[in-house]
Design a protein around this ligand. Sequence first.
Ligand SMILES: *Cc1c(COP(=O)(O)O)cnc(C)c1O
Length: 366
Amino acid sequence: MEVPLLDLKAQYATLRDEIRPAIDEVLDSQQCIGGPKVTELEKAVAAYSKCKFAIGASSGTDAILNALMSLDIGPGDEVITTPYTFFATAGCIARTGATPVFVDIDPKTYNINPKLIPAAITDKTKAIIPVHLYGQMADMDPILAAACDRQIAVVEDAAQSIGSEYRGKKAGSMGTCGCFSFFPSKNLGGVGDGGMIVSNDAAFAERCTIMRNHGSKPKYFHKYIGGNFRLDPIQAAALIVKLKYLPEWHEGRRANAAYYDRKFEGVDGIVTPYIEPWNYTIYNQYVIRVPNRDRVMAHLKEKKIGCEVYYPLPLHVQECFAYLGYREGSMPEAEKAAKQTVALPIYPELTDEMKDYVAASVIEAL
Ligand SMILES: *Cc1c(COP(=O)(O)O)cnc(C)c1O
């Protein structure tokens, strides 16, 4: 048997007859920038996320960059985030000229540890970017409380968590804004790059809308130094089709996770994902912790089972961030997680036979 980490062909096979005509509609109209498909998707994602506004973006990265630029973050400012995330989170902070300030993670959820945030706040702190990693939202109440005291913006990096919930509230709806990614491996993936900002703040949403089009309003009159952060209508057309199925795909992933959890119950050495009781997670990844991670991965590869490390080197020790002055040992929990965790196949189309094979192979390797 072969089990890839993700099988997008299995999903596409069921959607082909809906996606192709939707993309043809865009091609036939030759409205290849903006237009009704982008607006329709923005409305649908806003409604799904229980937010008033949504602004399409060219990628999840550009959604974050646009949000930070629209918050007027730049040189001299500090932005707090986690070192255990995809590079884009901190990359965007640095690209505005601001300084990323890393705060270590909670070893149970792998999300930023809110208890450590107050000590990292200074007079220069302009924003906090909690990342909802693997599909589970960060502990938002204490984060918002810390931010609220000092009027600090909260930008939710919800790239991996569209549709997840914290105490009944949707990802992206709790902070100043939320940023989604439609990278193909996310739960809602496009047929290329795409992203979106959601917000309940009308003035901020208006600024993001202007910023994504070179900061111009009206055309050729530039209010801000913005960029080209626009979502393509071809992406929007495919995403409108896929959004309808998102809740059932989430449920498929959750059922697969529960299946693995049962298989791994009581097996010495495996730490299965810990989900806070108040969270609804969408399992963009199912990540386990094992003591002999590299040996487990070698065994899975031998068995033709896809697996991946998210992420092998925390951001505070990346070469490009050496100037920030962190060292190995500065963020012990993130460093430990980077050495011990591995993601297993969790996509909704997995069969029971595939899951049995994956689970048995992991246990064998241990
Ligand atoms: C995927 C991802 C991004 C970036 O999204 P792109 O669409 O690939 O630019 C940002 N942050 C996190 C946590 C991600 O997982």
